[in-house]
Ligand binder design. Structure first.
Ligand SMILES: [Zn+2]
Ligand SMILES: [Zn+2]
Length: 335
């Protein structure tokens, strides 16, 4: 086992109680960033106004009314690609460098995480949507900062260097200012990073991907995106059942619904919401967060996707205590 990180919490790092972990989602879209178009905003306003008129809401009641609106009307699932912050360690720990990493970096600077600061970044794999936020990660430009990058892929440094080749980006990786260290991880290897126990698993995805399990004081968060579960998942000894076992939170790639997965998108390397529910239940997971949201779905469609997923869980086991959420940019889950 190797140990990295440590030291006291620095000013500006949100302090969670010693026994708790907190997960903040900075980017949740799969494959590509998405946007909320003008006509979609207009539809949200229309739905809200029609409901307000039907309820006879007065000017004094507007704030309460807005607070009661469905999430897809009053909010949005967001636009950024994958980036998830795992709080509870002694230093910042992040999963993936999608476009959400830009917003995390801005937040870190505003929160006072100035040099010298160490960041730990776990990459699931090297597809664009999991690395394209790195050139916009402001702390990586600041001398004095250190960034440890962990990945199962041997070519991670090559991939990050290539995306900042001058033909693609104005600044090369080696001009960024911070010290960047790369650490190769073997599936099954356990390491300690910033006070968290971390283990990895190889996943089925074009070009391979890796899931990570973070544990601290009996709490466990599993980050498992860009992972397709095929017929072998029916096996009672399926290796992911042990990796997910009793997790307090499972963040799971559910880019598709079952029909899409089977009819047109099998072997594309992603899973369905139904597979998420089934594996979570079989593993004794307490809370499931569907993740890597399909970039072509709007907020109303994603809201329906979440309802369908919860309905499927009810039909599968009405007494299951499993709680299901759909990730959105800005979502925080305390454990
Ligand atoms: Zn992806
Ligand atoms: Zn991928």
């Amino acid at each position: 086992m190797i140990a990295l990180g440590g030291g006291p919490l620095r000013d500006g790092l949100r302090i969670v109680e010693a026994y708790r972990m907190l997960v903040h989602f900075w980017g949740t879209r799969g494959s590509l960033p998405a946007t909320v178009r003008k006509e979609q905003v207009a539809e949200k306003i229309s739905r809200a106004l029609r409901q307000a008129i039907a309820e006879g809401v007065s000017a004094d009641g507007v704030d309460d009314f807005v607070a009661r609106l469905p999430f897809d009307v009053a909010g949005s699932y967001g636009c950024n690609t994958s980036c998830v912050e795992i709080q509870g360690g002694t230093e910042p720990v992040l999963c993936d460098a999608g476009s959400g990493l830009r917003d995390y970096g801005t937040h870190a600077m505003r929160s006072g995480l100035k040099p010298p600061q160490t960041f730990h970044l776990f990459l699931s794999h090297l597809h664009w949507d999991h690395i394209h936020g790195f050139p916009f990660f402001v702390p990586a430009f600041l001398p004095g900062n250190t960034i440890h990058v962990y990945a199962g892929h041997a070519r991670v440094e090559e991939a990050l260097t290539r995306q900042q080749d001058p033909i693609s980006f104005p600044l090369r990786l080696d001009q960024m200012g911070a010290k960047i260290h790369f650490h190769g991880l073997e599936p099954g290897q356990r390491i300690e990073v910033a006070g968290l126990q971390v283990s990895g698993i190889a996943q089925n995805h074009p070009g391979d991907s890796y899931g990570y399990r973070f544990e601290k004081d009996g709490r466990a968060v599993v980050y498992s995106t860009d992972s397709e579960h095929l017929a072998e998942s029916d096996d009672p000894d399926y290796r992911f059942l042990d990796f997910f076992k009793d997790a307090d939170l499972l963040i799971f790639d559910a880019q598709y619904n079952l029909a899409d997965h089977f009819h047109t998108k099998a072997t594309w390397g992603h899973s369905s919401n139904m597979m998420a529910v089934e594996l979570a239940m079989r593993s004794g997971v307490k809370r499931l967060c569907l993740f890597h949201n399909e970039h072509t779905l709007d907020d109303a469609q994603l809201e329906k996707f979440l309802k369908d997923s919860r309905r499927y869980a009810e039909l599968t086991d009405a007494n299951s205590p499993l709680r299901i959420d759909l990730a959105h940019d800005g979502l925080e889950i305390e454990l």
